[in-house]
Write a protein that binds this ligand. Sequence first.
Ligand code: SAM
Ligand code: DTB
Ligand code: SF4
Length: 327
Amino acid sequence: MQSSALSSPVSCTPNQPVHRWTVDEVLALYDLPLMDLVFRAQQVHRENFDANAIQRSTLLSVKTGGCSEDCSYCSQSARYDTDLERERLMPLDEVVAAAKAARDKGASRFCMGAAWRGPKDNDLDKVLAMVREVKALGMQTCVTLGMLRDGQAEKLKEAGLDYYNHNLDTDKEFYGQVIKSHTHDDRLDTLEQVREAGINVCSGGIIGMGESRRNRAGLIVQLANLPTPPESVPINNLVPIPGTPLADRPQLDPFEFVRTIAAARITMPGSWVRLSAGRQEMSDELQALCFLAGANSMFYGDHLLTTGNPEVDRDDALFARLGLKAV
Ligand code: SAM
Ligand code: DTB
Ligand code: SF4
């Protein structure tokens, strides 16, 4: 007779991914005919989620521009001439008013972003007050503040933070071609601190930066093979920003974006996959295809951090046309 461990088809130990993906396996997903890939992603999606429910987060840039880092895609790096007005940390009352407005329009999560390499302790204290007050409105809270130092994640957890966003952005191989002021390992280190503090992890990447399909597959593998995959996986399409080194990158085939969503869905079946930056330029039909491929989260509100997002009325009309419900 087999032992129960042997007879069990997958050993699903907490904190262990069900399957360790290889880059070749994920490349094989990318290489499937699109209809087969989307069908498979939709099957996985339906086994794990309500296929008609989309989670909506609203973003607010609480500290804009003047960032020390050199991320080649970013409007907020002080190293590039991007025409962006640098702003100080927003006052608490303005942040709370924006969160209330987002809640009243139907967002379930409020995500506050700061253009920092990482927060200084006195800035962190101000963000902790924002987290407490937004949480008190009954919303889920998320912040993205850059790299964290020892003890900072614990303070965020104590303040009631639900999610910390920190993207791997691209795979380890391509990372140094896009960002030189910090490393992929630095990003992993912060993700570990967030996880250890008991905060949900939000981590994804950007596609369309000139990376290869292998790099895209590598990013998906690195996210899926984390000791625990991120609860939330934002997939951003590069928004080209004049003045940045990536301003003139040619547009990627939109179906490659759909394939990336599908690969994220199949490899991270229990994660919320977010259709993120770049949505303003997408047709309603392309967005519907992304939902079919397993995206079930989006940024909702007229702005991302420094660039536009579809207007709330357009999104509401899309939800009505597709019979989607917000969660
Ligand atoms: N400074 C913090 C950090 O780097 O984690 C938080 C803010 S940063 C703007 C958050 C994320 O926005 C980046 O990791 C990147 O994935 C995304 N992002 C920034 N600029 C973008 C662009 N032009 N197009 C697409 N995504 C972008
Ligand atoms: C994420 O993955 N995308 C959001 C959020 N996390 C912080 C940011 C997108 C930024 C797009 C460019 C901008 O508006 O500056
Ligand atoms: Fe700074 Fe974040 Fe922009 Fe990089 S992505 S330049 S760390 S704000």
